[in-house]
Design a protein around this ligand. Structure first.
Ligand SMILES: Nc1ncnc2c1ncn2[C@@H]1O[C@H](COP(=O)(O)OP(=O)(O)OP(=O)(O)O)[C@@H](O)[C@H]1O
Length: 377
């Protein structure tokens, strides 16, 4: 067993899925004046899970995080940490670590003092504090910079210090609000990998906020997609991408060709929609309540479309634009079937020229997932 004042670097062996989630939001809402910015949010985050709140600017992600952290008061509902209601507890009694987009390090303190700050607030001092600071800095590979001031560090190093500071008190929950958005792309990807490794090693339950879908898809166990103060879908990255429950989710997460269609028939879990001359199976749930014959919009992921070599084409159109991306070329194909007048087609390698006509076929997804259809906007 590690001593009480050292960090437990490995996740507990075979962490049994406890019946009680580490974080639970039961119908939590928030208003600012007449404006409701969070509508009855329900969410369960299991022990050790990495959950991301994903949505566009202003959808309420930070508000939700602040309600969990205690920086804002809910107008309704209950926040429970490890089964205990904490809705009315002050920030310092919540046992939650937080990391922000702006590193929020104290400029006049050394790196070590910054990391030790939360420990001193909890009464850990002297050798115990020093040992925990060193372990936390080792975790983010910065033990050799303990004596520096934040201004003497790069942006990525400052973010690592902020992470070490949030983790040093061994919080029950780690909250991260767009922590990497100020970093350049390469550093952001390196930090994402590092954070995931640390999170997995420690087994710390984490709620991460981002508006970057790639970040959400690559890092999360589950994603809550938010829009206008509501959680629209809460599911695994694969399910969010492959089986979006909502038109907004389908359009916000991942690229898609959007085509006009018509609901032909519904039967059980799947329905059939007509797109041009083709009849396509789609999941029926998002079309609940839509009448047969009604207009729908069909979302097809780029990996499910290819130039038609032989057999029936889904559509045919002129190449309106071409962008060579190295490993692939992105083509914009003009078609009256698309509400925008165009669809995106990705092809491997180069080739193809603007002005050529191209027939496009539907290719089955490797995992058998169907295109998605929603009532027309
Ligand atoms: N203190 C406040 N007073 C009034 N309105 C607020 C306050 N804080 C947030 N809002 C409003 O609440 C809504 C949600 O804001 P929030 O910061 O939670 O969004 P967000 O999804 O985190 O956005 P971003 O990605 O831009 O940070 C916005 O319309 C915002 O203007």
């Amino acid at each position: 067993m590690p001593a009480a004042d050292t960090l437990t670097l490995e996740a507990p062996a075979a962490p049994a899925r406890a019946a009680r989630p580490m974080l639970r939001l039961d119908g939590v809402s928030k208003r600012y004046g007449a404006l409701t910015v969070l509508h009855e949010a329900w969410l369960k985050v299991e022990r050790g899970e990495f959950v991301t709140l994903l949505g566009p600017s202003g959808c309420g992600k930070t508000t939700l995080l602040n309600l969990v952290a205690g920086f804002a008061r809910a107008d309704g509902g209950e926040v429970l940490l490890d089964g205990e209601p904490i809705t009315d507890r002050p920030v310092w009694e919540r046992d939650i670590g937080m990391m922000f987009q702006s590193y929020a390090l104290f400029p006049h303190m050394s790196v070590a003092r910054n990391v030790g700050y939360g420990l001193r607030c909890r009464g850990l001092r002297g050798r115990a504090e020093a040992a925990r600071v060193e372990e936390s800095l080792s975790l983010v590979k910065l033990a050799h910079l303990a004596a520096r001031r934040p201004a003497q560090l790069s942006g990525g190093q400052q973010q690592r210090v902020a992470l070490a500071r949030a983790l040093a008190p061994r919080p029950r929950l780690l909250l991260l609000d767009e922590p990497f958005s100020a970093l350049d792309r390469n550093l952001r990807i390196a930090m994402q990998t590092e954070l995931k490794e640390i999170q997995r090693r420690l087994g710390v339950t984490t709620v991460f906020v981002t508006h970057d879908q790639d970040e959400a898809l690559s890092m999360s166990d589950r994603i809550a997609v938010m829009s206008e103060g509501r959680i629209l879908q809460y599911d695994t990255p694969e399910a969010i991408y492959r089986r979006p429950a909502d038109r907004f989710v389908a359009g916000f997460v991942g690229d898609a060709a959007v085509l006009r269609g018509r609901l032909l028939r519904r039967g059980g879990a799947s329905a059939v929609v007509q797109v041009g001359e083709a009849a396509l199976p789609v999941p029926s749930a998002p079309l609940d309540g839509v009448a047969e014959g009604a207009a729908v919009e069909v979302f097809i992921r780029p990996e499910c479309l290819a130039p038609a070599r032989e057999g029936p084409a889904l559509l045919e159109g002129r190449i309106a634009a071409r962008a060579y991306m190295g490993d692939r070329t992105e083509l914009q194909i003009e078609t009256p079937l698309a509400p925008s007048g165009r669809i995106l087609l990705r092809v491997a390698g180069g080739g193809f020229a603007v002005g050529e006509r191209l027939a496009v076929a539907l290719v089955p997804a490797a995992d058998g997932a169907m295109p998605s259809a929603f009532p027309a906007a």
